[in-house]
Design a protein around this ligand. Structure first.
Ligand SMILES: Nc1ncnc2c1ncn2[C@@H]1O[C@H](COP(=O)(O)OP(=O)(O)OP(=O)(O)O)[C@@H](O)[C@H]1O
Ligand SMILES: [Mg+2]
Length: 265
């Protein structure tokens, strides 16, 4: 059974600059967005979940395994992380080799790794690029390749760090569909994201990080009702939500469809 427990977690890189302070969180099957200003500690938090960093104090348990006690390679079979910058992730000279690396590395037999990799490439619409060199591709294509590499590993938990960076509308729609499809397959999807319109459209739960703490945590609609708190945390509201509040103070629209379906408009 999938589980993630963050218990009284504190972390710093340098003692004089605490990044996360006494955070307690659990996750569940809801698609979850983590938002917060630049430097709020979002990437640090997911690196702690993935076991790449260890808590200074407190614990992180992934499927009941404490990240302090389990090797990163063992955890990799349970939790996949798509890096913020694909250039930090991609290192092979052929797209297919890049996507196959993770599945093989977590012990999938070659045939299974091949099938999962082809499926993942199709999912991101890049199957015709399988023989290309990743560095001949654009940044947005490299980001999609790095997403495919992690999806192919078939982990219980999939974390995306800023998946929509460099994506146009079509790319964002692909990523939205991937998040939805992964959830339908029973995966837990956690996503760090700056794009508030995307948060409103794609995530059931939103966690706001600020000053090393969880400032807000709840259903996305409830979070975007807390306008003043969000503004204080340096965050914007989704465009359609802002428009809605101009018309009716206490009604939170999350998507353009919701807005246009409202009988008054
Ligand atoms: N390896 C490191 N060594 C020292 N400080 C670091 C390191 N990585 C990050 N930091 C600092 O820790 C703080 C939190 O960084 P982190 O990358 O977790 O933030 P973030 O919320 O992901 O920001 P962004 O939205 O810009 O990606 C920042 O002040 C950053 O400069
Ligand atoms: Mg970051």
């Amino acid at each position: 059974m999938t589980s993630i427990a963050v218990q009284s977690l504190s972390f710093y890189y340098k003692k004089e600059a605490p990044i996360l302070t006494d955070i307690t969180l659990t996750f569940d099957q809801r698609t979850t967005a983590i938002i917060g200003q630049n430097g709020a500690g979002k990437t640090t938090l997911v690196k702690l979940l993935k076991g790449l960093l260890k808590p200074v104090s407190g614990d992180v348990l992934i499927n009941d395994q404490n990240t302090r006690a389990v090797s990163v390679s063992k955890l990799a079979g349970h939790i996949g992380l798509v890096f913020q910058n694909p250039n930090d992730q991609i290192f092979k000279s052929k797209v297919m080799d890049e996507v196959m690396f993770g599945p093989l590395n977590v012990g999938q037999p070659k045939e299974e790794a091949l099938t999962n990799s082809m499926n993942a490439l199709q999912m991101v619409g890049m199957e015709d690029k399988k023989d290309d060199h990743p560095y001949d591709l654009s940044l947005s294509e490299r980001k999609l390749i790095s997403i495919a590499s992690i999806v192919a590993m078939n982990t219980d938990i999939v974390i995306f760090d800023e998946p929509t960076i460099a994506q146009d509308h079509a790319g964002k729609e692909i990523i939205k569909r991937i998040i939805h499809d992964l959830q339908k397959k029973g995966k837990w999807v956690i996503t760090i994201i700056h794009d508030m319109d995307f948060v409103a459209e794609a995530f059931e739960r939103t966690i706001v990080l600020a000053k090393g703490k969880v400032l807000l945590d709840g259903a996305t609609r409830e979070i975007f009702l807390q306008k003043e708190v969000l503004v204080q945390a340096g965050l914007n509201l989704p465009h359609v939500t802002q428009l809605g509040y101009l018309i009716e103070k206490n009604k939170t629209f999350l998507t353009i469809d919701e807005f246009t379906e409202d009988s008054r408009f």
